[in-house]
Design a protein around this ligand. Structure first.
Ligand code: BTN
Length: 330
């Protein structure tokens, strides 16, 4: 769409003016189409200066996560090489599944301003108020066996920490397996799902959905979530441009994907460094019971090694684990 291309070009120019004629040449559209796109962007709240003989310059942009904001900085990336930026959707993960089944390419990233049915792990919902968070799903089609992608969600957690650090200068911690936590409160959840080919059981696609609380105020969370959740704006004391955060997250996912699964040692070491669970008393939560244990280590397969009070040890590859001192577990 011309509007996205014009926005991308204006952003690329930074402080410089660009003439309507230069834009029309660069984008292969008419001067009238450039003017129409500029007017439409202004209607959406973009402040675009125009000066005689100089052209147009972007002075101010609303906080929107859209293709025109992302496509320029992501040029050359595999993850984010195709973008679908939506106003509203039930769930970006569900949409990614629909797109995957319709043949969408490796690296497609879907973002939405809001989700009306955001999904979390274990059938929970993920609150996704409009314009507040970053709700993003990447569709990947690695040529690997399903058993070889078992730990990708841990790699994604490290990549998302990288992206948040690059955009905001703070590095969250990881609560095993993949909650990102800032100052003891949940900042981000990750939901990874696999699609298998029905006859062969080969991996068809993998989708990893990332939900980050960005500009939420405490009132944007439901009462039950409020005491345990936080947002980047709450912790930093200022709003965060979600498009810039999206760019850094997608770049980090792209770097991660290029190294997956060869560079396991690096991601494993960084996962261990970021993981707050190890060295803490934990509760292992199953539908039937809550079991006390001590988190000893992350093993070489990103599993959580726990020791029970009777000295038995076990390596957990999935499950719900509460950490003493967090989220109301005292
Ligand atoms: C969790 O904390 O249980 C995981 C939450 C994952 C939420 C993200 S938001 C983008 C993507 N779409 C969804 O419906 N869920 C994931």
């Amino acid at each position: 769409m011309s509007r996205e291309k014009v926005l991308s070009l204006l952003l690329e120019q930074g402080d410089r003016y660009v003439s309507g004629e230069a834009m029309s040449r660069a984008l292969g559209i008419s001067r009238a189409a450039v003017w129409k796109a500029i007017e439409a962007l202004r209607q959406e709240g973009y402040v675009i200066q125009s000066a005689p003989n100089r052209g147009y310059r972007l002075e101010n942009a609303p906080d929107r996560v859209r293709e025109g904001e992302l496509s320029g900085p992501l040029a050359g990336c595999r993850v984010g090489g195709h973008l679908l930026c939506l106003e509203t959707i039930d769930s970006t993960n569900t949409e990614a599944k629909r797109q995957a089944m319709a043949g969408a390419p490796d690296g497609l990233v879907i973002v939405s301003e809001e989700q009306t049915g955001g999904r979390g792990r274990r059938g929970r919902s993920f609150q996704s108020p409009k314009g507040k968070g970053l709700y993003l799903t990447a569709l990947l089609r690695p040529r690997l066996d399903p058993s070889q992608v078992a730990d990708i969600t841990a790699w994604v957690a490290v990549a998302v920490c990288d992206g948040i650090e690059a955009a905001c200068g703070v590095r969250p911690q990881i609560k095993w397996t993949n909650d990102l936590v800032l100052n003891g409160r949940k900042l981000c959840g990750i939901l990874t799902e696999l699609g298998l080919e029905s006859e062969s059981n080969d991996l068809d696609y993998l989708i990893t959905g990332i939900g980050i609380n960005v500009n939420h105020t405490p009132e944007d969370f439901d009462a039950e979530v409020r005491p345990i959740a936080t947002s980047l704006a709450q912790e930093l004391g200022h709003p965060v441009r979600r498009a810039q955060l999206a760019v850094e997250i997608i770049r980090a996912l792209d770097r991660m994907y290029a190294q997956f699964p060869q560079n396991k040692q690096d991601y494993l070491e960084r996962y261990r460094a970021d993981c707050l669970t190890v060295g803490k008393q934990v509760q292992l939560i199953t539908p039937a019971a809550r079991e006390e244990a001590f988190a000893v280590a992350i093993d070489d397969d990103f599993r959580l090694v726990v020791e029970y009070p009777d000295g038995r040890r076990a390596a957990l590859s999935a499950g719900e684990v509460s950490v003493r001192g967090m989220y109301g577990y005292v």
